[in-house]
Design a protein around this ligand. Structure first.
Ligand code: FES
Length: 634
């Protein structure tokens, strides 16, 4: 039995099976609802309001009787039993998403160009023009013999050439239609070529995709494989988001049944195909123009994308199925590119240091650096790499999704409406805000949260442990207690983009302190494993979702980043997609990535007490040990 669900205020109608959860129905309607706990009914992030019709609820979490009487329900634990009209309030939505896409990358950045010239421009797929001689009664070599010979001659290469049956089936027609002149698209690997498309000669270049599959977002770059230029790019939420915010909730869901693993795989493939579809439309291209894709993803995301059971990643001793993944034709995954085009997935180091970090390490060129470099990727997880040309160590610390807006009441990604800077008058607690897009605020993004935490502390609203100081001398009504929590009003409802006050709660502050504490503790623990001091680091490269916007001064003030001279810090943006771009354009860089995966030593922080001790010490602003932050005057 099927029912219609109308989502408001979007007025989007979707027809779903009886028993479908509202969160799932919403995602089918293209509306993404927050799901921090992965649908267990415990986080309350997925609140919706049932305006009309009967819905069955099996869990109400900590909804109050007043909320229930207004029709407020948990979207994850409420199921369709009738035609429904459901309102999705702004705070429950994963906002329309603007991912970290740098403005100046229509051409390769200078640093990437240098790296590319170091590795050499040999894309993982290419298109060549081939002219074959016409057969005759005296020259009766087969079509394939004729073509393969000409390819070798054109490329002046003795590498073996393969052709899959599906492409061979199109060969006789293409040769004759093209009057024996063909455009041939090849996968170009170190050991062999594979013909993945034959068509009558034309001047269209081949294109490739550099793809970053993050836990929260996916990003696709369209790259011209003739010259390496990024000609279009787009990002969106990973549709897996309604199965939970973090990799653990995704794994828990994926292993429930065979169907749920398939569902997870479909969700990410659909997210990518939707982006690819938009890009192709804009560029007036066909999916068959896309010859290959390089995927950079954390280990769980990679396994889910490939449909590999991820359960052992989560269970001690945390073993991934494989660190090196074979390249597979796109048709095996359902990615909307040339069916025989190869998908190359970055190798990982361990369950919690994945291909995205290998990709970032490749893009930042740490493995060729004489200086000691610390590379921190701050995303849904926090991964850290330390080393230089001689050695590399890495670790992961579960920072949680705070800095991407997850687990924070008004958290959101860096996009219009997000508060990115906060000024708080320490005497009156009056607030002025800088909001992305100069529009009324609807939430607060990662860099805004870091700033806010520093300013709340500076104004005495919170103590060093993050406790709200309700007796603040200002007596400001911005600082208030509710039934659920204590909170500080950043923007009153009438000045906001939504219909509610935008607040930061004590619970948000504690989550942020835990997240920043995990990253700092990870850095300290990693240094200890190689017996090094913070001061010995020459450069700190920060990648990840908010890497471009983070304020170093405030990050040091809250103890997220080490107290080192600011000129040592460098922001790299989305290092994961940049590494994928580089590998797409250079077989040698791809080979180097495979080497990096093997070369990097993974340090498991859960062994021994070092990390835990460091973490507990870091749960203060900036730290329990103030001698580690000499530039900060308390
Ligand atoms: Fe619904 Fe957490 S309560 S996703």
């Amino acid at each position: 039995m099927k029912y219609n669900v109308t989502f408001m205020p979007d007025n989007q109608v979707v027809e779903v099976e009886k028993g479908t959860s509202l969160i799932k129905a919403a995602s089918q309607a293209g509306i993404f609802i927050k799901s921090s706990c992965g649908g267990k009914g415990t986080c309350g992030a997925c609140k919706v309001v049932v305006l009309e019709g009967e819905a069955q609820t099996d869990r109400t979490g900590n909804l109050t009787p007043e909320q229930l009487s207004r029709g407020v329900r948990l979207g994850c634990r409420t199921f369709v039993e009738d035609n429904l009209t459901v309102e999705v309030p702004p705070e429950s939505r994963l906002q329309d998403h603007q991912v970290l896409l740098e403005n100046n990358s229509s051409l390769l950045r200078e640093s990437s160009k240098d790296l590319l010239s170091h590795y050499g421009f040999h894309p993982l797929a290419r298109k060549v023009q081939v002219s074959c001689s016409e057969p005759s009664l005296t020259d009766n070599a087969s079509d394939w013999a004729r073509l393969s010979l000409e390819i070798k001659r054109t490329l002046q290469s003795e590498k073996p050439i393969k052709i899959p049956l599906s492409v061979m089936q199109t060969l006789p027609e293409a040769l004759r239609k093209g009057n024996w002149n063909l455009s041939v698209t090849l996968s170009d690997l170190e050991s062999e070529y594979t013909v993945i498309r034959v068509e009558p000669a034309n001047s269209k270049p081949a294109f490739g995709l550099a793809i970053d599959i993050g836990t929260t977002t996916v990003v696709v770059y369209l790259v011209n494989l003739d010259n390496g230029e990024v000609i279009d790019k787009q990002g969106a939420y990973n549709k897996q988001a309604h199965f939970g915010d973090d990799v653990i909730s995704r794994i828990v869901y994926a292993v429930e049944s065979e169907e749920s693993l398939k569902e997870m795989q479909n969700a990410v493939v659909e997210s990518l195909n939707a982006l690819i579809g938009d890009i192709l439309k804009r560029q007036n291209l066909e999916s068959s123009d896309l010859a290959t894709a390089v995927i950079s993803a954390n280990t769980t995301m990679a396994q889910l994308f490939l449909g590999i059971d991820p359960r052992y990643i989560r269970l001690e001793p945390y073993i991934p199925t494989a660190n090196w993944i074979p390249s597979v034709p796109a048709k095996e995954i359902g990615l909307n590119i040339l069916p025989e085009g190869l998908i190359h997935t970055f190798p990982s180091v361990a369950s919690y240091v994945g291909g995205d970090i290998v990709s970032g390490t490749l893009a930042t060129d740490i493995a060729n650096s004489e200086e000691i470099v610390l590379f921190i990727d701050i995303g849904t997880n926090g991964e850290i790499v330390l080393g230089n040309q001689d050695w590399l160590v890495s670790c992961a610390c579960s920072a949680g999704p705070c800095f991407e807006g997850g687990g924070i009441l008004f958290g959101m990604r860096a996009m219009p409406g997000a508060i990115e800077r906060v000024v708080i008058d320490p005497e009156t607690l009056d607030v002025s805000l800088k909001v992305i897009g100069r529009v009324p605020p609807v939430g607060i993004c990662g860099s805004g949260l870091v700033d806010c935490l520093a300013k709340l502390r500076e104004a005495g609203v919170i103590d060093r442990a993050g406790n709200f100081q309700m007796g603040h001398p200002s007596q400001s009504d911005r600082l208030r207690a509710t039934d659920e929590d204590k909170e500080f009003v950043l923007s009153w409802a009438h000045q906001s983009g939504g219909d509610k006050d935008v607040v930061i709660t004590e619970n948000d502050v504690k989550n942020l302190i835990r997240a920043k504490g995990a990253i700092y503790a990870g850095i300290r623990s990693l240094l200890q494993t190689v017996a090094m001091e913070m001061e010995m680091i020459d450069r700190i490269i920060i990648g990840g979702g908010f890497g471009n916007y983070l304020n170093v001064h405030e990050s040091v003030r809250i103890g997220l980043l080490p107290d080192l001279p600011h000129d040592k810090f460098e922001f790299f943006g989305n290092s994961s997609v940049k590494g994928a771009h580089l590998a797409l354009l250079s077989r040698k860089a791809w080979k180097e990535a495979e080497e990096l995966g093997r070369k990097m030593t993974y340090i498991e922080l859960s062994i021994g007490n070092t990390f835990m001790d460091e973490f507990v010490s870091a749960l203060f602003l900036p730290h329990t040990d103030l001698t580690l932050f000499p530039s900060i005057k308390e």
